[in-house]
Design a protein around this ligand. Structure first.
Ligand code: UFG
Length: 327
């Protein structure tokens, strides 16, 4: 089986590539290397191109003749999407339409799409969200993911594609062998920023909002190890070949941790007592976002292996230390 992986040089893409290779699935990464890294491919094939360029993606498809596509390439920062919405509507929507056009033109039907828990906006209560919960994103990033899901659904109705959209909760941690991990130049994610603060790259870690309606006043999230996300992709791909199609799945553990809880775990793992201070709320942040993932467990047999915040932070910390030597 051959899979074209857009954004395969990025964080979640590269971990999924490794999982696909372990299953002897042939891959070609399509990536513009704007935020991804060639070393993250661990030697697998790369086509350098940009999804804004239809001819480039068409050429990659004609050359590789994939049986399916996994679409990771996207801009991913909630805060940035609020400040620069057009960047998000261009990269995440317009460029995805280019990809889908190229797929239709070349009769490639199957696609696994990287969606996000950001499609839920602010859930009505502090319970884990199910896939059918009303979707009203509160930031442009989430809008682009929801709009893409709608496009996929319309195309599926028109019998043009078969898709699975995975709504990731908070991806974190690094590969169990610490060969790859998150390596953005401007890390904004909580665990990565906390670890970089522990390393001394930042003077202090800011907590964005301490007056949320949660037990300790800070936002609660469902942190999921990137290896379990990679597994969800492999299962989704196999499912598409077993006639499971046109489904949306949450991918999270169902455990919520507050920002303060994450920080104290990072301090425990690193054994470094870095500076932390309160800061204003960040626009676009819901107070509570935790997954109900029973659907993917039931329908795809997804069984997460790394549901342990300390393990997640530990792998991310080992990776951060290694990254200091690479960069
Ligand atoms: N936070 C801080 N200080 C920081 C960084 C983050 O207090 O320096 C807080 C945020 O305000 C938020 C929580 O930590 O309350 C988690 O923030 P992240 O930036 O790590 O992650 P987000 O929840 O904003 O977003 C992530 C992904 C999105 C995805 C979303 C779904 O980036 O793609 O999870 O939950 F949609």
């Amino acid at each position: 089986m051959k899979v074209l992986v857009t954004g395969g040089a990025g964080y979640i893409g590269s971990h999924t590539l490794k999982a696909l290779r372990n299953e002897d699935i042939e891959t070609l990464t399509f990536d513009n290397l704007s935020t991804g890294h060639e070393w993250a491919l661990l030697g697998s094939k790369l086509f350098v191109g940009d999804l804004s360029d239809f001819e480039s993606i068409n050429k990659a498809i004609l050359y590789f003749k994939p049986d399916a596509v996994m679409h990771f390439a996207a801009s991913i920062q909630v805060g940035e999407s609020v400040l620069n919405p057009l960047l998000y509507y261009t990269n995440n929507l317009k460029n995805t339409i280019n990809l889908l056009n190229a797929m239709v033109k070349n009769n490639i039907e199957k696609v696994v799409f990287s969606s996000s828990a950001a499609v839920y906006g602010t859930p009505h209560n502090n319970n884990p969200v199910q896939e059918m919960c009303t979707n009203s994103p509160i930031n442009p990033y989430g809008q682009t993911k929801l709009m893409t899901e709608k496009i996929l659904s319309d195309m599926a109705n028109a019998k043009q594609i078969k898709y699975i959209a995975l709504r990731y909760f908070n991806a974190a941690g690094a590969d169990k062998d610490i060969e790859i991990g998150q390596a953005y130049k401007f890390a904004t994610h909580l665990i990565t920023r906390a670890l970089k603060t522990a390393k001394g790259e930042f003077e202090k870690l800011e907590i964005y909002g301490t007056d949320y309606p949660t037990p300790d006043g800070t936002c609660i999230r469902d942190y999921i190890h990137v290896g379990d996300l990679a597994l969800a992709h492999v299962l989704s791909l196999k499912a598409l070949f077993n006639n499971i199609k046109n489904e949306v799945f949450n991918v999270g553990y169902g455990n919520g941790y507050s920002v303060k809880e994450v920080i104290s775990k990072v301090k425990k793992v690193t054994n470094i007592d870095f500076n932390v201070c309160s800061a204003p709320r960040r626009e676009g942040d819901p107070p509570f976002l935790v997954a109900d993932s029973s659907k993917i467990k039931q329908m795809l047999g997804w069984q997460p292996k790394y549901n342990d915040l300390e393990y997640i932070i530990n792998t991310a910390w080992e990776w951060e230390k290694k990254l200091s030597k690479i960069q």
